[in-house]
Design a protein around this ligand. Sequence first.
Ligand code: NAP
Ligand code: 12T
Length: 350
Amino acid sequence: MENGYHVAVVGATGAVGTRMIEMLEQTTLPIKTVKLLASKRSAGKQLPFKGQLLTIEELVPESFEGIDLALFSAGGGISKIFAPEAVKRGAVVVDNTSHFRMDPEVPLVVPEVNKEALKEHKGIIANPNCSTIQMMVALEPIRQASGLERIIVSTYQAVSGAGASAIEELKTQAKDYLADKPADELTAEILPAGGDKKHYPIAFNALPQIDVFSDLDYTNEEWKMINETKKIMSDEAIKVVATCVRIPVVMGHSESVYIETKEETSVSAIKDLLKKAPGVVLQDDPSQQLYPQALTSIGKKETFVGRIRQDVDVKNGFHLWVVSDNLLKGAAWNSVQIAETLHEMNLVRV
Ligand code: NAP
Ligand code: 12T
């Protein structure tokens, strides 16, 4: 790096990519140039960056000549092919897709939790799943203080996690429904999962399927939460189970999280921990009806935690409500924060 990095954003026109550009406008990272990459369809279009218009280029292997840092968010298939091409040309890759996450050679990082894992990188660092990230930020301080025996999580996920076209699908269905179109005539082509056989309306609905079905009738999104938690917390023994549900919210994932700690603790001890925890904002005052909400999380980098209660039967059992902007801490901000952390640790090198 000579007084600034040459940065590339892959998938710059997408729901995540556009928020990455916004995070790069705000970052403390020294940046010399930004290159925006997408498909042929977008080549030649322009997007603003710090008051200038940058022209989008078609992604090709040579796009990475002279690039120091590449942020990928254009789908797993694109990362599989092009992340190694970027590394070959000397770039460090932060990948937002699920493609490399469980590769033992690839660190899976939430900076508040396991930034030390960055030291082992061999060119590619994986950004965890959005639902996993916010849960890790909320639970790591509790794990450090009291240990974690098990986690049972149910998610209430926004459509923006499934991309810009899923946001459009919800808006169109909502408009049609409010214009008295019968529910069974709403057009559904994307959700619950782009690659699956059947599609159902998300407007005025709740769909207990995110990504496709896999082993034991859990969905891939549920397996991601299970497997990524064990990897990030470096604890294969931690019991984790998830039910992932899509709801008709545009932005902000909400989660009902039940935990059992290894050691005895209390609601007030947990609240004290979370008040000081990095990346966490405690919003917990039932007397004022204060609790985290998807709408108020939009545009914020933090993870919001509230509704903290002791279980009524299990001594070491606690319930929490955890909310974050899925496109920021869940994707774009965590990636740029990883890049900032790599810079601070002098690790922006292959
Ligand atoms: P999106 O809104 O559909 O955007 C997709 C982006 O990928 C667009 O910029 C698109 O460019 C680009 N792209 C598609 N095909 C391409 C190709 N052949 N070559 C180059 N670029 C191509 O999707 P999104 O929500 O931003 O998500 C993108 C990816 O990020 C997802 O597939 C997922 O793997 C990952 N993601 C991760 C998380 C997380 O939990 N951390 C959350 C959401 C998404 P065009 O405009 O030119 O088509
Ligand atoms: N299917 O990067 O649909 O693992 O909300 C993130 C979000 C996959 C991922 C979603 C998904 C990922 C979604």
